[in-house]
Write a protein that binds this ligand. Structure first.
Ligand SMILES: C[S@@+](CC[C@H](N)C(=O)[O-])C[C@H]1O[C@@H](n2cnc3c(N)ncnc32)[C@H](O)[C@@H]1O
Length: 200
């Protein structure tokens, strides 16, 4: 019963444009992006229940990758018509090129399996893009004590080591958003792309 109520309330928030993804897509539209021209990829799909469901109706097409095969049927229900691949995204990414002009990276937020956040997607992720592509990326500039209470595994020693390497910093626990964006701008430039604009 609670799940139905939550889902209903989320549909209302979505309809009113109040979910995070609806807010992002409103901003994309105001940047002149034609949403119906977007062929999207959700690299970490889960059941498609949270973010993808919000923006799926707004774009031309969506492909969803997810490693957990138990999610497949629910993705199909949540995102009818989306192309679904049950796969390891870190491996899948090396097999495809030039396909998407919207790439959403909603990664697990700490260390998992042999990975950490989205770090190992780079630089292979650039081969998925068209000439002009929008990236929507989960980044964590810092964590507060309140957040740590809810997610005590966040910023464990291994995650901090990965972050120090990826962002070339001695303070991986606290990175200013603009500094963080500068790292990504450099990473794009190193791979032949220019960041035209970004927002948080
Ligand atoms: C934060 S959730 C994604 C939530 C989803 N974007 C949404 O809004 O509904 C992260 C997902 O990544 C999946 N995942 C973890 N490792 C993966 C991998 N190597 N390849 C593909 N998916 C993976 C997990 O099973 C989990 O469902």
């Amino acid at each position: 019963m609670m799940k139905i109520v939550r889902s209903f309330l989320k549909s209302i928030r979505c309809f009113l444009g109040l979910t995070p993804m609806r807010k992002i897509f409103k901003k994309l539209k105001s940047q002149g992006v034609k949403l119906k021209s977007l062929n999207g990829l959700e690299i970490f799909g889960h059941t498609g229940e949270y973010h993808p469901r919000d923006y799926f109706p707004l774009i031309a097409s969506l492909e969803v990758w997810e490693i957990n095969s138990l999610c497949e049927n629910t993705i199909r229900k949540n995102l009818p018509g989306a192309k679904i691949k049950i796969t390891d995204s870190f491996k899948e990414i090396k097999t495809i090129s030039g396909k998407f002009n919207l790439i959403v990276v909603d990664n697990p937020i700490s260390t998992f399996d042999i990975y950490c956040e989205h770090f190992d997607l780079f630089p292979a992720i650039f081969s998925l893009t068209r000439d002009s592509t929008i990236f929507i990326l989960n980044v964590i500039p810092k964590v507060t004590d309140k957040i740590l209470k809810s997610y005590p595994y966040l910023f464990n020693k291994t995650q901090l080591e990965w972050r120090a390497l990826f962002y070339c910093t001695q303070h991986p626990e606290k990175i200013d958003l603009n500094v963080l964006a500068a790292y990504h701008e450099k990473r794009c430039a190193d791979n032949g792309f220019v960041v035209e604009w970004y927002f948080f």
